[in-house]
Design a protein around this ligand. Structure first.
Ligand code: MRU
Length: 339
């Protein structure tokens, strides 16, 4: 089942805040409910956000009530901007919105604009599945029979339309007959690792062990991790942005000579910025201070809660894309990705 899809004027998506207890879908019938779903991480993960952005513009078009084409286009631009502003770090969200908006600007009537918006959004979703399938095959070649692979956050089919990036690579290697086991970091504070990655891999019957984020170092030091593989929310020429904690794993991997791989489609690359230009989302302090009614810290504790960090490309062994594997250390082929 696709994580996000369009169904007769509605965006249907798995509510990831309910996992692993319940795998239930929610419907977004207007841009307000979509924005709430993105901000509260009901839908999350960079490629899934790309599809959500594209479908979001289609939803804005579908629910638009303006009488003239220019008023209709003005309303869609306003709604698109609201979608873009929900989460700043994953480039895929803006990329998905922009791709559909650019296509819609070609329309010469409101009906045509609606048709174009939906067909472009559908193309984004379909391509996501295809691209992740390709990158998974490329990445599988980097994993060896018997490997134990550490991953952080959730870069699986839940984070994409389907297939996944980091978990797609692991699944493709298993399908090739390699015996792998996965170590999933819990990924505090919102536990995408324990709630989503462990659930997803168990659904696929791929052996997975949950660890606290802070156990990664000792496992690498003991030689218990053969490779690290993570997804990405944005890749600039100088850094890979991913869930907070990824940078720490990259430093540990470098120290212990463990290959550190990033799996991400080309839509995650940002040619227009460097690390210093990217906004890191900071989230609600209560994500650290409490779980529902249970207090984990004093209610007024000062908190710093960045959702992402930047890993310098010097710490990255290779980036796996749908077009193949690229090594940042080979500066010519790396630079070619940024035009
Ligand atoms: O805050 P989230 O859950 O949206 O963060 C997701 C991640 O950091 C993923 O690792 C990233 O989007 C890659 S998903 C293929």
């Amino acid at each position: 089942m696709r994580t996000i899809r369009w169904d007769r004027g509605t965006i249907t998506t798995i509510d990831q805040t309910l996992l692993p207890v319940e795998c239930k879908s929610i419907e977004c019938k207007n841009v307000n409910t979509l924005c709430e779903a993105i901000v509260s991480l009901r839908i999350r993960g960079a490629p899934a956000l790309g599809a959500a952005g594209g479908y979001g513009v289609a939803l804005a078009a579908h629910t638009g009530t303006a009488g003239t084409l220019s008023e209709f286009m003005r309303d869609i631009e306003i709604e698109s901007d609201r979608i873009r502003r929900t989460r700043p770090t994953a480039i895929n969200l803006t990329w998905g919105v922009d791709r559909v908006i650019v296509a819609v600007r070609r329309a010469s009537s409101i009906d045509e604009a609606k048709r174009i918006a939906l067909s472009e959004a559908t193309a984004i979703a379909d391509e996501d599945v295809e691209r992740n399938t390709q990158l998974s095959r490329h990445g599988a070649a980097l994993l060896d029979d018997g490997d134990t692979v550490l991953t952080h956050c959730n870069a699986g089919r839940l984070a994409c339309v389907d297939v996944g990036t980091a978990l797609g690579v692991i699944r493709a290697a298993v399908e090739e007959g390699k015996v792998l086991s996965v170590v999933s970091c819990e990924t505090r504070p919102l536990n995408q690792g324990s709630r989503l990655t462990v659930w997803e891999l168990m659904q696929d019957t791929i052996p997975v062990t949950l660890i606290p984020d802070s156990a990664a170092g000792t496992m690498m030091r003991k030689g218990l991790i053969d490779k690290v593989i993570v997804g990405a929310d944005r890749i600039t020429k100088d850094a890979v942005f991913n869930k907070i904690g990824t940078y720490t794993h990259s430093v540990l991997a470098k120290e212990h000579k463990v290959p550190f791989y990033v799996a991400a489609p080309i839509s995650t690359f940002d040619s227009t910025r460097l690390e210093r230009d990217v906004t890191i989302e900071e989230r609600d302090p209560d994500e650290l201070r409490r779980i529902n009614d249970v207090m984990l810290a004093p209610a007024d504790a000062a908190v710093y809660n960045p959702a992402f960090d930047a890993t310098p490309v010097e710490n990255v062994t290779a980036v796996i894309t749908e077009d193949g594997v690229v090594y940042p250390a080979e500066s010519e082929s790396w630079n070619d990705l940024f035009f």
